[in-house]
Design a protein around this ligand. Structure first.
Ligand code: SAM
Ligand code: SF4
Ligand code: SF4
Length: 336
């Protein structure tokens, strides 16, 4: 029997983001700056990360509380061995209607077919520039634009729905907005611009590096006129637009200047099995211990329901009200 839980602000639990590894083959400055995530950084050992059995069990429990969508993330999720094996197990869970992955795309070309076959529906590929030199400096000199674009095309050819995420930082890659918009308009892939966020404690975020939703829309609109589209569903993270000439869709995710906490229905589980009810939470609840104890499914369900019932997170709304402070979980632990 499917239950439904709501938090203190009457927000239901609908989406689960599962981080399958804390490791990454990139060192994007805004997420895993090299000077902190260097050769001496100690990543989780394999017995500290959730096994596929544990993730499957958790997903079943979340599904029975109303979760319909699962997004696999990282670190870089395609580094996790035999990821299609996990997707296969999640795709058949009762109540799960949609499985997506967020990836840097560098390993996608090889894996796209197997992921689709395993039951993956959608892939979001992160790409912040089409300029090889700038891309390289943004991701810590790893991989190439060419390789990521090949990954994107392989995913589309395999029949996966593809979206592209571009984090825009003022003075770093805002000059790439138009080239990216043109390229993906032509390719007919949905491009979503993301405002640079103050996630974690290591990226040295400053408000004046945020290129706002309005600035993004103005810049595009001056060259390629657009009009707003209505949301696909309540709680959709991106606001949607389409080009007037060909109808191709784009989106903007404006967590900083136009936050959307009131409709946030997402739970995040880190690779080590901690539950975070907000992207900006200081700490999470250790589910791994619970999973490795003798607790029954019902006991775990009671814990999850109670955690969600008590949830009152609204960090981005508070940021706009000038109220935030304190340490936050790193983005590479919970994957965005
Ligand atoms: N490695 C995968 C990737 O890059 O797609 C998945 C994990 S990554 C943490 C998930 C998303 O978070 C990416 O689209 C990335 O660009 C975004 N991200 C990371 N740090 C960010 C920040 N400070 N502000 C906004 N988005 C950020
Ligand atoms: Fe890796 Fe993704 Fe973070 Fe870049 S954004 S460092 S690709 S986890
Ligand atoms: Fe959800 Fe927290 Fe982001 Fe608000 S700040 S939308 S509560 S994850």
């Amino acid at each position: 029997m499917k239950n439904s839980v709501t938090d203190t602000l009457q927000r239901p639990l609908r989406d689960l983001r599962l981080s399958v590894t804390d490791r990454c083959n990139f060192r994007c400055r805004y997420c895993m700056p090299e000077e902190i995530f260097g050769p001496d950084y100690s990543f989780l050992s394999s017995d500290h990360i959730l096994s596929f059995d544990e993730m499957e069990r958790l997903t079943k429990l979340f599904a029975s509380l109303g979760v319909e969508k699962v997004r696999i993330t990282g670190g870089e999720p395609l580094l996790r061995k035999n990821l299609p094996g996990l997707i296969e197990r999640l795709a058949v869970i009762d109540g799960i209607k949609d499985i997506a992955i967020t990836t840097n795309g560098s390993l996608l070309k090889k894996q796209a077919g197997a992921l689709k076959q395993a039951g993956l529906h959608r892939v979001t590929v992160s790409l912040d520039s089409l300029d090889e030199e700038r891309f390289s400096s943004l991701n810590g000199n790893r991989s190439s634009v060419k390789r990521v674009l090949e990954g994107i095309e392989a995913a589309a050819d395999a029949g996966l729905q593809v979206k592209i995420n571009m984090v825009v930082q003022k003075g770093k890659n805002d000059q790439d907005i138009i080239p990216m918009a043109r390229y993906f308009k032509e390719k007919q892939h949905i491009l979503r611009f993301i405002e640079y966020m103050d996630v974690g404690n290591t990226n040295g975020w400053k408000m004046d590096e945020v290129y706002s939703k309005q600035e993004i829309l103005n810049r595009i609109g001056q060259v390629m006129p657009i009009e707003p589209l209505s949301p696909n569903y309540t709680g959709e993270v991106a606001t949607r637009y389409r080009y007037l000439d060909d109808g191709q869709e784009i989106g903007v995710i404006s967590s900083v200047t136009d936050s959307f906490c009131s409709a946030c229905s997402r739970a995040r589980v880190s690779a080590e099995g901690k539950l975070y009810t907000c992207l900006f939470a200081a700490d999470g609840f250790d589910l791994r211990n619970q999973l490795r104890s003798e607790k029954s499914d019902q006991e775990l369900l009671d814990i999850l329901s109670s955690l969600w019932n008590h949830r009152k997170d609204r960090y981005s709304d508070e940021r706009r009200e000038g109220k935030t402070s304190g340490s936050k979980v790193e983005m590479s632990h919970i994957g965005g």
